[in-house]
Design a protein. Structure first.
Length: 421
C-alpha cells in the first residue's frame, strides 16, 4: 500500500502540474478549456466552474488531462438520436442533453437531425418524433452540452477554439506543460536543499556535522571545526579530506584542526566500509555546507541543471544506440517508487523531481502527439505564414499518438518481463 500510494502521488502530481501549465496559459489566451480532469477513466465527480471549465475526478487515480476547445472533435450525434434541450425565455438553447444518465424533466424533447455548434450555433430536429415538425433552435454562445457519460461541458464556438488564438499564444500554451515540469523539478530540488540545511561547499574543509558515537565524535571533533591536515598531509578542499580518510580504513589518523582560531590536534580511529570488494575509511563527519539563502537558490538551480544534463546524455545514448531496456514506463516508475518509499521522504522527493524533469524533456521531443511536435507545427506555421489544415494536423497527431501508444505497450511489456519474470 505504501508503494502504491507513493507511485500514485508521484505520477499524478507530475502529470497534473504539467496539465496545469497548459490550462493556465490556454485560459490567458482566451482558449476555452472544456474539462480539467484529475485521473483517467469513468467520471466519479464533476463540478462546473464559473469559467466554463468542467473540473472532474475520474476513477483511475493516474495523471490527468485538459480538453481545450478545438483539440477534441465536435460531438458526433447520429440523426434520430433523442435529446432534450433547455431553452430560455428568448427561445435560445442553453443546455443540450445527450446523456441517458441525466434527466432534464423540463427539457424540450427533440429527435436530432443536425447541428452547427461552431459557426452558426444552431441545432435542428423533429419535434416529438413527428417528421413534419422540423424546428431549428439558436444555441447560446456559452451553452452547455451534457455528454453521454453525464459530464457537462461548454460548447466550443470557433472564437474560443485553440486555433483562434495568436500563434505566440498557442506556442506558449504548448510549451507551458514542459515548462511547469521544469519549474516543479526546481521547486523540489530547492525543498531538498532547504531540508538539508544548505548545499555542499567543495572548496571548504569545515565540518558541518558529526555522526553521534562515530569515530570523529569519540575523538572530540566538533561541527564547525576546520580540518587543516590529516597525518601531516595538508588539505585545502573536501575532496582531499575524503581521499585521505578513505585511504586509511581501520587506522589511527592524526588530524590537525582549527577551532575558534586555535589549532588543536586529535587522533581518530577510522572505521571501514566495503564497496565492490574494496575497503574505505570513514570518520562520521559531514561535508561543509553553504547555508545562505542565495547559496541555496544557486544550489537548487545547479541540481536542476545537472539533472537536465544527465537526462539529455541518457537520451543521446538512446537515440544513437537504441535498446528498449533503456526505456521505462509506469511499471518501472512503480518499481522506483517502491525503492524510494523504503528509503524515506527525501528519496521520494528526489524521484519526483527526476521524473518531472524527464517528462518535461520527453514532451519537448519533436514527435507528433507530444508538445514538442505541436511546437514544431507552430514553427512551421510561423515560417509558412499560415497554419497547416486542421485535418492534416489531426492526422499527424493521430499517427504520432498511435506510435507512442505502441512504444508504451512495448516498454510496459518489457518492464513486466524485467521485473516480474
Amino acid at each position: 500500500m505504501k508503494t502504491l500510494l507513493t507511485f500514485l502521488i508521484v505520477f499524478s502530481v507530475v502529470v497534473v502540474i504539467h496539465e496545469l501549465g497548459h490550462f493556465y496559459f490556454a485560459r490567458k489566451a482566451g482558449i476555452l478549456v472544456r474539462e480539467f480532469a484529475i485521473g483517467m477513466g469513468p467520471k466519479i465527480f464533476s463540478h462546473q466552474g464559473k469559467d466554463g471549465t468542467a473540473y472532474t475526478i475520474r476513477a483511475l487515480p493516474m495523471g490527468g488531462y485538459v480538453r481545450m476547445a478545438g483539440y477534441d472533435e465536435e460531438e458526433e450525434l447520429k440523426p434520430g438520436t433523442p435529446i432534450r434541450l433547455l431553452i430560455d425565455e428568448n427561445g435560445v438553447v442553453t443546455t443540450i442533453n445527450t446523456s441517458k444518465k441525466v434527466q432534464l424533466n423540463n427539457g424540450v424533447p427533440l429527435e436530432f437531425i443536425r447541428q452547427d455548434l461552431i459557426d452558426e450555433l444552431t441545432i435542428t430536429g423533429f419535434m416529438n418524433g413527428d417528421e413534419s415538425q422540423t424546428v431549428t433552435y439558436p444555441v447560446a454562445h456559452d451553452a452547455f452540452i451534457i455528454e453521454e457519460d453525464g459530464t457537462q461541458v461548454r460548447i466550443a464556438p470557433r472564437d474560443v477554439q485553440f486555433q483562434s488564438a495568436k500563434l505566440w499564444q498557442r506556442a506558449l500554451t504548448n510549451f507551458a506543460g514542459p515548462m511547469n515540469n521544469f519549474i516543479l523539478a526546481f521547486v523540489l530540488f530547492l525543498g531538498m536543499v532547504f531540508a538539508r540545511g544548505g548545499v555542499l561547499d567543495p572548496n571548504s574543509t569545515i565540518i558541518s556535522g558529526v555522526s553521534p558515537n562515530g569515530p570523529a565524535e569519540v575523538a572530540g571533533i566538533q561541527a564547525g571545526d576546520e580540518i587543516l591536515s590529516i597525518n601531516e598531509v595538508a588539505v585545502s578542499d573536501w575532496a582531499q579530506v575524503r581521499t585521505q580518510i578513505q585511504q586509511h580504513p581501520n587506522e589511527d589518523l592524526q588530524i590537525e584542526l582549527s577551532r575558534d582560531g586555535q589549532k588543536i590536534t586529535v587522533v581518530a580511529t577510522s572505521t571501514s566500509v566495503t564497496v565492490e570488494g574494496k575497503d574505505y575509511g570513514q570518520l562520521g563527519i559531514e561535508a561543509p555546507m553553504k547555508t545562505g539563502f542565495a547559496a541555496k537558490i544557486v544550489g537548487a538551480l545547479q541540481e536542476s541543471v545537472n539533472s537536465f544534463t544527465q537526462i539529455l546524455t541518457a537520451l543521446k545514448g538512446i537515440v544513437f544506440n537504441f535498446q528498449i531496456d533503456q526505456l521505462g514506463g509506469p511499471v518501472a516508475i512503480y518499481q522506483m517508487s517502491s525503492q524510494a518509499a523504503s528509503q524515506g521522504a527525501m528519496t521520494v522527493i528526489y524521484l519526483m523531481a527526476m521524473i518531472s524533469m524527464n517528462l518535461g524533456i520527453f514532451n519537448l521531443l519533436p514527435i507528433p502527439g507530444l508538445d514538442g511536435g505541436k511546437l514544431l507545427l507552430n514553427l512551421i506555421e510561423g515560417v509558412r505564414g499560415k497554419p497547416i489544415s486542421q485535418e492534416k494536423e489531426g492526422l499527424i497527431s493521430i499517427i504520432g499518438f498511435g506510435l507512442l501508444m505502441l512504444l508504451m505497450i512495448l516498454v510496459t511489456w518489457n518492464d513486466i518481463q524485467r521485473f516480474f519474470f
